[in-house]
Design a protein around this ligand. Structure first.
Ligand code: NDP
Length: 342
């Protein structure tokens, strides 16, 4: 078996192969079915989700998300989809397709309580990592609940072509808002227009973000779905309307910096005069709304109202590249790794 382990914390700068390494291990999958008492399940992994929050778990301290760091010399974890190959748990049978947050490896032995069976008869397995998974729950909860979206709102989304952003924009259209997205390349801008965004711009070719926002939002911004923080957040704060909402989903522009080196937003006072709300949130807070979320999203998928793009890489060896692409913007769509079988 091959697993991905963290050998050194990456507190600053990009994660490299001096932090993350592949280790060969012996895993006795046959032992799992024999002892019915453990409740463990042996899984052959098919898909790995690659997400920005993993960056925080590769640091020694919690870094704002207050999630426990990965332990050194142990397999890192992520959300995976796999196929049961042996089970000592009555809830799972060989052949079941399952998902959970567990070891990033080709095979894993996982406590049954950490897994849930998924139905892949209508949607494909990797959809549970994207359009029906954590990024979609984040987009749905962040936009509709935290953002208190209503028809007619002027909505701005950053990292709009990403896993979360592309869904926020499409939900905004479904809910009757006007939405503009920013992204880091002309190719992504084109994609956003294909997804039905009213407009989109490449923030890397705008020398003055403040001027760009004046052009794209002559009536101001009611909801800013913040994925990036930093300079973009500061620029947006000059364009918010009265009672604006800013769901703070993430601040990826700052994750590779130690906190004292990060961009200091200078105009937070604008929140006061505009009686605006800026609220951080975690998708995990909304697990109790999963049923409602799932029903709404599957409805949109069946009606063809929502598009989704994946950025698929193959094999455990591609993890580091896929991971770093999220910080350079080279991913186009939700990054996932396919482990096979073909
Ligand atoms: P994406 O698929 O959007 O990938 C990250 C994108 O961020 C890149 O493609 C890049 O796009 C953009 N980016 C990277 N560096 C910068 C920078 N310096 N300035 C501006 N943009 C940058 O990732 P996700 O959709 O998975 O995540 C988006 C955000 O949502 C992240 O901040 C993440 O941490 C957060 N998140 C929060 C959750 C929660 O529960 N609160 C759950 C899931 C995600 P581009 O080409 O446009 O620059």
């Amino acid at each position: 078996n091959r697993e991905l382990i963290l050998v050194a914390y990456a507190n600053e700068g990009p994660v490299t192969d001096s932090h993350l390494k592949i280790r060969e291990t012996q895993l006795d999958l046959g032992s799992v079915g024999k002892d019915g008492s453990s409740g463990d399940v042996a899984v052959q992994n098919l898909w790995i989700s690659v997400d920005p929050y993993l960056r925080h778990l590769m640091k020694e301290s919690d870094d704002g998300l207050y999630l426990p760091s990965f332990r050194l010399n142990q397999a890192i974890r992520s959300i995976l989809v796999g196929k049961v190959v042996a089970s000592a748990n009555p809830a799972f049978e060989v052949g079941d397709i399952v998902s959970g947050f567990y070891q990033v490896a080709e095979y894993a032995i996982v406590p049954g309580g950490d897994l849930r069976k998924i139905d892949t008869s209508v949607v494909k397995p990797s959809d549970y990592l994207g359009i029906l998974g954590m990024p979609a729950l984040t987009a749905w909860a962040g936009f509709t609940i935290v953002g208190e979206a209503k028809p007619g709102d002027e909505v701005f989304v950053s990292a709009a072509a990403g896993s979360v952003g592309m869904l926020v924009g499409q939900l905004a259209k479904i809910k009757g808002c006007r939405v503009v997205g920013s992204a880091g390349s002309d190719q992504k801008v084109k994609l956003l227009k294909e997804f039905g965004f009213d407009d989109a711009f490449n923030y890397k070719s705008e020398t003055d973000l403040d001027a760009a926002l004046s052009r794209y939002f002559p009536r101001g911004i009611d909801i800013y779905f913040d994925n990036v923080g930093g300079r973009m957040l500061e620029a947006v704060l000059n364009h918010i309307n009265m009672k604006a909402r800013i769901p703070v989903c993430g601040m990826i522009s700052q994750y590779n910096q130690e906190w004292k080196q990060r961009f200091g937003v200078r105009n937070l006072l604008n929140l006061v005069g505009k009686c605006a709300k800026m609220e951080g949130f975690m998708s995990g807070q909304y697990h109790h709304r999963m049923g409602e979320f799932f029903e709404e999203m599957t409805g949109y998928i069946k009606q063809g109202k929502i598009k989704y793009k994946e950025d698929v890489k193959v094999g455990l060896d591609s993890f580091l590249e896929a991971f770093n692409y999220m910080f350079t913007g080279e991913n186009i769509g939700k990054p996932v790794i396919y482990l096979g079988p073909p």
